[in-house]
Design a protein around this ligand. Structure first.
Ligand SMILES: [Zn+2]
Ligand SMILES: [Zn+2]
Length: 397
């Protein structure tokens, strides 16, 4: 039995902050969160937050890679490299996200993630909560930085194979594709958070998708429909798009890439104001260039993914369009709090409890609460990651 005790800082709960907090973990669970010095076990290893923040580990439901690897490289080594890179930025649970690719490439990614998940120890970095089946079921006109050749419509003969391992927990499909309704119903039956992304769907198509279990939209404002794009596709009268549907339906959640490069501070704040922290997730949507020097990299599989350029701040598919982020979740939290002016406890909630709730995993993770997994971070006052505790074990980095 081992005990870890976090002291000397302010603990961030989903709705408030406790100053001079004491957070006690025994083995892989949190057993106490409060202010009582009496609760510090005599033989616990003490972690002094030195006046900083004690907060829950981050949960990232949309992430492609990091540290030079993309999950779609399809090897356990690539999975571990990405997980270690993200752990050092405070992510304790992530959902490796597929890009477009061949059935063989997607199956290799699923197998590599399942193997890494089964063998996980804290030195492997972020734990794998499940896989986000993201590509290949995108609308061709909204394919963004993904390789268009690997994009297609959902066929049960194909996607049923992917769900066999049970590792898929988030499932994306563009709502206007033929077969989308069947995909959504199947993914919902498998217990997934069902999402619509890389789509040019109308309000009516979104409403139909909602009836089939769709509840979330990927990276708000990026690769999604707008009233003008729907007018171009379906003519007049002008119709609502994904944007109006998400803002108008309280049950719908969405996510923002809060790297300060994809969306301006006022858009980040607007999304938070309209959806509230319980329906808005922070995601990194990070590619393999995290913690790598500026240069040319592949988005998706190493072998035939599309090329992009990282300038060290963001990925560029070409001089006009972005190709996902190159930043970890700590950076997203700093942007939400400092640039967009969102209260710190709400920014942290959007990076931890909200995604855990949307995934149906908030009984185990997502906040500093007795009984939950001991996924705990120490951040400096300036929100730099100082310590990462993965299920009760300190991550050495
Ligand atoms: Zn995307
Ligand atoms: Zn993405």
């Amino acid at each position: 039995m081992s005990s870890l005790c976090f002291i000397g800082g302010s603990a961030i709960l989903p709705d408030r902050i406790i100053d001079d907090a004491v957070v006690v973990c025994r083995d892989d669970k949190i057993i106490y969160v409060g202010k009582s010095q009496q609760r510090i076990p005599a033989r616990a290893e003490k972690i002094d937050a030195k006046g900083g923040w004690i907060c829950p580990g981050f949960v990232d439901i949309h992430v492609h890679g990091g540290g030079g690897s993309d999950f779609m490289d399809g090897t356990t080594d690539a999975v571990r490299t990405s997980c270690r890179a993200h752990a050092s930025h405070g992510t304790t649970t992530l959902f490796p996200t597929t890009s477009t690719g061949s059935p063989l490439q997607i199956q290799a990614m699923l197998d590599a993630c399942a193997a890494a998940q089964a063998e996980w120890t804290a030195d492997a970095g972020s734990a794998i909560g499940g896989v986000h089946l993201y590509g290949p079921y995108f609308a061709k006109e909204k394919v963004g930085c993904h390789n268009e050749a690997g994009c297609r419509v959902p066929q049960p003969e194909e996607f049923r194979n992917y769900f066999k391992s049970g590792i898929i927990k988030v499932a994306t499909c563009a709502a206007e594709l033929p077969g989308a309704a069947g995909f959504y119903r199947y993914a919902r039956r498998k217990g997934c958070l069902v999402t619509c992304g890389h789509s040019n769907s109308s309000w009516a198509e979104m409403d139909n998708a909602f009836k089939n279990g769709m509840r979330h939209v990927d990276h708000f404002w990026c690769a999604m429909s707008t009233v003008p794009s729907i007018r171009k596709r379906l003519g007049v009268p002008m119709q609502g798009s994904m944007l109006e549907y998400v803002l108008g339906n309280r049950e719908m959640s969405t996510e923002v890439i809060a790297d300060g490069m994809h969306l301006s501070a006022e858009l980040l704040k607007f999304a938070w104001q309209l959806k509230t922290a319980s329906r808005l997730c922070l995601v990194t949507d990070c590619n393999r260039a995290l913690d790598m020097p500026p240069g040319r990299y592949r988005f998706g599989p190493e072998k035939d993914g599309s090329w992009f350029t990282s300038d060290g701040k963001v990925g560029w598919a070409n001089p006009e369009s972005l190709a996902s982020s190159v930043s970890g979740m700590d950076h997203m939290v700093r942007t939400m709090h400092r640039s967009a002016g969102i209260p710190l406890f709400e920014a942290i909630r959007m990076a931890s409890l909200t995604p855990a709730e949307r995934l149906g995993m908030s009984d185990q993770l997502g906040s500093l609460q007795r009984g939950k997994q001991a996924d705990v971070l120490v951040l400096s006052r300036r929100l730099q990651v100082k310590q990462v505790c993965l299920r009760g074990t300190l991550f050495a980095g």
